[in-house]
Design a protein around this ligand. Sequence first.
Ligand code: GDP
Length: 301
Amino acid sequence: DKGLSKTKESFFGKIARVIAGKTKVDDEVLDNLEEILITSDVGVETTLKIIERIEKRAASEKYMNTQELNHILRDEISMLLTENNTDDANDFDAPIAKKPYVIMVVGVNGVGKTTTIGKLAYQFKKAGKSVYLGAADTFRAAAVEQLVIWGERVGVPVIKQKMGSDPASVAFDTLKSAMANDADVVIIDTAGRLHNKVGLMNELTKIKNVMKKINPDVPNEVLLVLDGSTGQNAFEQAKQFTLATEVTAMAVTKLDGTAKGGVVIGISDQFKIPVKYIGLGEGMEDLQVFNRREFVDSLFG
Ligand code: GDP
């Protein structure tokens, strides 16, 4: 089952039950709502913010019926997302002003980094753009192999070196090859070893700096990939990576397999970094450009 149906059933099914038969928004409704938001991984901070806003509106409107509560909740969630996200759903088709557009992809192992890179390559290629992938996670043989498999599947070149080689050198080579071939998009995979924070920071900085020697404007995007089904871990990883490097966009994966899509709301609110893509499956096509309106619509039905 693809899409956000699990989140929808859980999140809003529960809300419907909480407010069924109620004629006004009292403390009990608010307490239950708070619990649902927290168990959907919206995060404590963002949940309290939402509850507080609803409390205020309920107090001023006195008798808020359940339909109105639903409406207001939808409003509040939209607002948290609007503040940080664009509604540009045509990213892959948009012309590329500065060629090549370099996306450096960061994130912990297992979150779906390689898969997301493969899906992005597929989408850009489908939109008529030429793509180069750089296998700069030289630490894990499996990471390079997986990227090569994706490169073959999608039909885009993968630049790699031998295991254990300098990731910055791979990034440099990739950018050079891409430029020599007038490529549109470069996507660089990186290693996601969080246990050594200083090491992570140094490695990401080095990769960036080496590419900047060729073109000071790159990377154009640092995309952090988070596993949407890991809840609080995703928040913690966002915290660590935003400390280690300047993250400009996020991709939240595995939202097809979880009832906890609320993570997208909390992450947007707390980190003020746009969620640009969401992963909804393991296949090539299972990546969407995140669109706030569609997201809220799909949750509230
Ligand atoms: P990496 O270690 O971060 O590069 O992770 P991978 O890209 O290898 O993905 C780890 C696992 O998660 C693989 O089995 C992927 O097929 C799976 N995966 C990645 N993205 C998604 C997604 O959006 N939905 C689902 N259901 N599985 C995903």
